[in-house]
Structures are given as structure tokens and as C-alpha cells.
Design a protein around this ligand. Structure first.
Ligand code: SAM
Ligand code: SF4
Length: 346
């Protein structure tokens, strides 16, 4: 039975309306929520955050735990069947296991995932297991200690590698390694990352750099296009076979005899827009109908003004109905992109 503790009583017209699925004018249905739970981070990845960090908002401008729960429950009523907790670094929140349990038990959502830099996993792995987490994506851009330090501005590679092993030994079934792949930066590690899939049942995902970084590194010739990554994989890796993967994994392969898979994610090239199923909510409670959208709606402000569940659902449905055909169109709208991916959650 779903608990509706956090849902206000239906008013007037609410009672007559069927619970609303999130669809748009281009016939897409949205059933995957990516929820950023903070903007803080214990790393300073050069393509994401400046050395001094991003200027944080006043604490009360971020969603409270109760507001997050209300949003989770509301979306579970709107057909969301998969949730990813992200950030900032989500494991800097002590209540992450509690939020996962809430989504699983009160909202009856089974597919719950976490994207993390992996540093604090040893502290939380048992609780994450018992909360029912289905999978973890760990961001790891280099297997060379000096380079890891240069990219993240912290000396923590060993900790991340040890924590990857902990996840492998846990009952959390899906493990993916996110590698933001950049020319002249870490592209010489292609074969080493592919090698990780030989004896480990995990997916290594090479991700295109996106233009959400204070330093605009993507303008400096480091951008490595997904099609070029795929071409280089095909040229350099023997026995690479196309296989099936998740919605986002536009290009997905397995090397003959290897346990894991290798994927390439065209997050900048935007080949995935026609199949988009993602809803994003930022840590300060803004609803984004596209990663590249500059038009956001504040769920936080509406909740704090006392909006009913139906009013919140209408806001979500209207925002998504008007979603642009693709991320290129969304980006052309006047306005500023968010300064850092830590505000959006990836
Ligand atoms: N701190 C967690 C982590 O690093 O996994 C979660 C938040 S992080 C913003 C989510 C993902 O976005 C990470 O995989 C990170 O590598 C990726 N990311 C951050 N900035 C990016 C950029 N400019 N281009 C592409 N991916 C980026
Ligand atoms: Fe932190 Fe993740 Fe951004 Fe790196 S990518 S600075 S780990 S939020």
C-alpha cells in the first residue's frame, strides 16, 4: 500500500481527474526521474567545478527532506518508474539511504539508482544494500593516480578503486563506470578502461564532454565526439561486438569472452533526444524538461506557496507537454545554461 502522508488532500477538480502521466507533444512519455539532492561535492572535477567550488545558495533554498519526499511521491503517481539520485555528491547527504527506502517502500519504485564519485561508498554500502538500491554509476576518468588527481584536484584514486570492489561484492546488481572522455587528456586510457570489462561484470561508459563547466574546457579542443570514440574503439579493440544496453547507451559493445560491456554516450551530440524519457529536478527544486533547457519551473516555490498535488502535477505536465523536439532547439532559446553540472546532476 502506498503511504500518502506527504500528499495533501484532493481538492475540488482534483478528484475528477485521472492521475496524470507525463507526455509531450512529440509522443514521448517520461518515466525516469533524475533528482539532484545537493550541490556540494568532495571533488573538484575540472570540467564540472572551479577549484574554489561553486557559490552555494542559502541552505533554505534547497529542497528539504520532506519536500524531496513529496516530490518523489508525486512523481510516483505520475508514472515515474525509475529514479536516479545524483548531485553534487549525493553521498554527502546522510539521509540518502532513507530517501532510497522511501522511494522503494512508500512510492513503490523498484528501479532506484545512484550516481556518485565513489569516495564515500565504503561508509554507506551496507545501508544502500539494505535500502534496496538497484545500481550504482561511479564516475572515474582516469586509472592513473597523478592524472586522477589532476582531473579531480584530489588524491583519491585508491579509495575509489577499493570502493568499486566493495560494490562488486555487494548485492547491488548493476555497476557502471562513467568516464568523461577527452582528447589529449585521458583518451590514451581507452584500452585500460576496456580491459576493466574483461573479468568484471560492469559497464564502462565513455561520455562526451558537455558545455556545463565554468572553465568551458569543451571549447579548448578537448572535445571527443562519440562517433570518433566508437571509431577508435572499433579500430583498437579486437573482438568488439554490438550488444544491447539501456536507453542512454546509444552505442554498446562487448568484447568476445569478456564479462562486462563498453558503451559510448553521445550526451553532447544528442542522438538520444527522440527517445528521451527523463525528468530532471535540481537540488533547489527546479524542474527541467531538458538537460539543455534554460526554461525551468520552480517546484520548490510552488510547494512553499501551498500548491496542491494536482497543481504541481499540472505544472509538470504543462512544462513537459511544451518540451522542445530536441536539446539543440532547447539550447537555442535565449537565456543562460546552468554554470556547472553539479547543479543539474548529469
Ligand atoms: N558527484 C557525482 C559524480 O561525479 O558521479 C554525481 C554528480 S556528477 C555532476 C554526474 C555526472 O556528470 C558524472 O558522471 C560527471 O562525470 C558528469 N559530468 C559533470 N560535468 C560534466 C560535463 N561538463 N560534461 C560531461 N559530463 C559531466
Ligand atoms: Fe563532484 Fe561529480 Fe562534479 Fe566531480 S563531476 S566535481 S565528483 S559533482
Amino acid at each position: 500500500m502506498k503511504n500518502n502522508l506527504h500528499i495533501s488532500a484532493p481538492r475540488g477538480s482534483d478528484i475528477l481527474r485521472p492521475s496524470s502521466k507525463i507526455v509531450d507533444q512529440h509522443d514521448r512519455t517520461f518515466d525516469y526521474l533524475r533528482l539532484a539532492v545537493n550541490e556540494k561535492c568532495n571533488l573538484r572535477c575540472i570540467y564540472c567545478m572551479p577549484e574554489e567550488g561553486i557559490g552555494l545558495l542559502k541552505e533554505d533554498l534547497y529542497l528539504s527532506q520532506l519536500e524531496i519526499k513529496r516530490i518523489l511521491y508525486l512523481f510516483s503517481q505520475m508514472g515515474i518508474s525509475k529514479i536516479r539520485f545524483t548531485g553534487g555528491e549525493p553521498l554527502l547527504r546522510k539521509d540518502i539511504p532513507e530517501l532510497i527506502s522511501y522511494a522503494k517502500n512508500q512510492c513503490e519504485i523498484d528501479k532506484i539508482y545512484l550516481t556518485t564519485n565513489g569516495i564515500l561508498l565504503n561508509k554507506y554500502i551496507k545501508e544502500l544494500e539494505s535500502a534496496g538500491l538497484a545500481g550504482i554509476n561511479i564516475s572515474l576518468d582516469s586509472l592513473i593516480p597523478e592524472r586522477f588527481k589532476k582531473i579531480t584536484r584530489r588524491n583519491k584514486l585508491d579509495q575509489v578503486l577499493n570502493n568499486i570492489e566493495l560494490v562488486q561484492d555487494s548485492n547491488i546488481s548493476s555497476l557502471k563506470i562513467n568516464v568523461v572522455f577527452m582528447r589529449g587528456f585521458n583518451d590514451d586510457e581507452l584500452l585500460n578502461f576496456v580491459q576493466m570489462t574483461k573479468t568484471n561484470k560492469l559497464t564502462v561508459r565513455f561520455i562526451e564532454l558537455m558545455p556545463f563547466d565554468a572553465h568551458q574546457i569543451w571549447k579548448t579542443g578537448k572535445f571527443y565526439k562519440s562517433e570518433d570514440i566508437v571509431r577508435d574503439l572499433k579500430n583498437q579493440v579486437k573482438g568488439l561486438q554490438p550488444v544491447t544496453g539501456s536507453n542512454t547507451e546509444h552505442y554498446i559493445f562487448q568484447v568476445d569472452g569478456y564479462l562486462g560491456k563498453v558503451a559510448v554516450i553521445p550526451s553532447y551530440s544528442r542522438n538520444l533526444c527522440t527517445n528521451c524519457n527523463r525528468v530532471r529536478v535540481t537540488a533547489d527544486g527546479s524542474l527541467k524538461n531538458c538537460l539543455y533547457s534554460k526554461e525551468e519551473k520552480s517546484l520548490r516555490d510552488e510547494i512553499r506557496k501551498g500548491a496542491s498535488d494536482q497543481e504541481l502535477k499540472d505544472l509538470v505536465c504543462n512544462s513537459f507537454f511544451a518540451k522542445h523536439k530536441d536539446g539543440w532547439e532547447a539550447q537555442r532559446v535565449e537565456g543562460n545554461l546552468r554554470k556547472s553540472m553539479t547543479q543539474i546532476g548529469g
